[in-house]
Write a protein of this length. Structure first.
Lengths: 208, 208, 208, 208
DNA sequence: CATGAATGAGTATTCATTCAT
DNA sequence: CATGAATGAATACTCATTCAT
């Protein structure tokens, strides 16, 4: 929740400030990130920063929100079509969307991801309030649905598999960013399919 | 690489210092960990610390090494028997060893793991130099061997699967520590088998 | 000396600004009072404030003046009748007027009083210039007159007693505001008379 | 409660620091006093200050304590002889002691006095805890004792007179410091006697 | 005349590291 | 070899004041 003074800024200046902040939080953890460095990089006075934001937590949360919003844009269409897709097809698309988001917004990905994985619970509460989304629970629901539709082996341990799948999502993004740096969307598709093939043949419903 | 002055210290004192440092790094990130708190907890003078170590990075790296060494102790016997075990059996044991290490040494696990996953590349280089162990490469070798022995599907993408398996190892440890807190070794076995069953049915060699 | 821009303001706005400033200075010392809070409470732009006043000192001095003027209104009629009253009767009325002013204008009283008693000489000079009213001198004159009229002991140390009487005036107001909170004018009269009886029996002219 | 590091300092350095702080607090209120200025005046590093004291409140409280202790030294002998002195003689000595303390330690007098009279209750509690001495109550006791001994008019309003006498004590000190600057102890005695003569003839027991 | 964004020096406090004893 | 005092750059944040619109 930046102040109105920030919203009212010329677009160019807003971008300069946000970029400086994103660069800073991508390079440093929340605690070690420096407001002074941000203002210097953005070319604004220190006092100005505090006329735009309520403090370090405020701008961090704002960037966190931007990240969430932008990520949702990569996924929105999927959630609309949820019912018409099989579990594996939906999952494939979610993985692909996640990877594309991470590839296109590597710093935002690093910031949000790093904070969720690394920050102390106390800090998380202070910065984000109770808004930490339980991605796990969403996957659990999908799995349960898939079981009901006879797409997935009913004998799996839903909680464990959900945890694994969530982790693999992050893992995959990291793999691409760190080692593959694939600009080509085709490569992403191929990788995801390889991975899904592994998963699918393992937990697929084999009834009858 | 602590200085000789540290190695020459009476064992009891060395332990006191290391414990204090492990406690500190388990509770705080590398950047926010405080040398002052460590020396106070260890009951030594601040100046002494700098006669034993080259700074914060030095003692951190030392603890990192200790963690690696101790983890190896959980795995050493496996590596001796490598040839007599199938890929999947070996792998099962490696997972189990990893989980047991994390359970028995939760602070060391948290420190090493947290640093590897969370620290900025710049910091990692500064602290660890190029010494980041390529655990991946070890797994890649195992996979290649498994393919040669006709235990594993030759069509898999070795690099990708190695990356995934490494991640899953960490993921599993976290799952246990965070959600299961199983004191009982039996539970660990059950979980690992569930997970391996997923992996195995996915990448196992199905030829002929 | 507010600027003309302030004098030209609609009465309602002027009042809003002065009230906000009085509230602020009543709650905070001169140095910790905040212009920002004043403008916010008054509902005016920060820039506007500096178009009305020359800074924090300027508006403070203005309020100080208002306080003096209003206090004078409680005393004006007394000064008209000065010649027809004995020293002690006049003094009694002055005390009563002072207490009533403090009771009716507690914030103004607190501001002016606190500043006179508490601010550093440097600050006083900076804010008030040489305008610190010599209330003492007025009392000295009264005493000298009283001596001439054979109402007061000629052996007293006029300067010292004038200083004491001035202090006691402030003391009395404080005593009422802090400890008595008398709404009832009767109580004020009783207190003042007790106090005057002490003074009177001490310095009254006893000759022949 | 300065830290041991301060107590262990060479006397000369301790004095330099305390003097710098006393100068600062004599010139500025608690809130506007600047630690930076103190360290600069004392010629020490900012970090050193925080190795000696727990913060601004800590050194202020220390100075406050010094002031109280030193003041007590001016009065200690009086309190021992309390029973052998009449109310007026004891009172005379207390006034004299207070004035001498203020004259010899004008800055300490200004700091302690200004803080007690001026600081907000919240700040007082934060800085001093509940240790604010009720000087009034001590005077009330003396008055009551004086009445019992038939030295003082039993008809006086004890609470009011105690309040007045306390105020006059401070008033007198200020009068001397500001206007008289008497180096000569004789002058103090003369002034106090003039003042006491006023008080005495007013409230003295006149029974029989 | 009203506005409010921009400024930058100011605040208290922390902490890894050095170095003289 | 042990000590712990000294350092000073670093931190987040505040606020009276200016000035362009």
């Amino acid at each position: 929740m930046p102040k109105d003074t920030f919203s009212n800024l010329p677009e160019e200046k807003k971008q300069r400030i946000l970029e400086a902040a994103i660069d800073e939080f991508a390079e440093y953890s929340f605690e070690t990130a420096s407001i002074t460095r941000i203002t210097e990089a953005a070319g604004i006075a220190k006092g100005s920063f505090y006329q735009y934001f309520d403090g370090k937590g405020d701008i961090f949360k704002h960037i966190f929100d931007i990240s969430g919003i932008r990520k949702m844009e990569y996924m929105r269409h999927l959630l609309r079509d949820m019912d018409s897709l099989t579990f594996f097809e939906l999952f494939r698309q979610l993985y692909i969307a996640g990877i594309k988001f991470a590839r296109d917004n590597p710093k935002l990905h690093a910031i949000a991801d790093g904070f969720v994985k690394n920050a102390s619970p106390a800090l998380k509460n202070e910065v984000l309030g109770k808004a930490i989304p339980k991605s796990n629970e969403f996957i659990e629901d999908l799995l349960t649905r898939g079981i009901g539709r006879k797409e997935i082996d009913p004998d799996i341990d839903v909680k464990l598999i959900a945890f694994i799948l969530t982790s693999l999502s992050i893992t995959l993004s990291e793999y691409f960013i760190r080692d593959v740096k694939a600009e080509d969307d085709m490569e992403i598709l191929v990788m995801v399919d390889k991975m899904l093939s592994m998963i699918e043949n393992g937990i697929k419903y084999k009834g009858e």
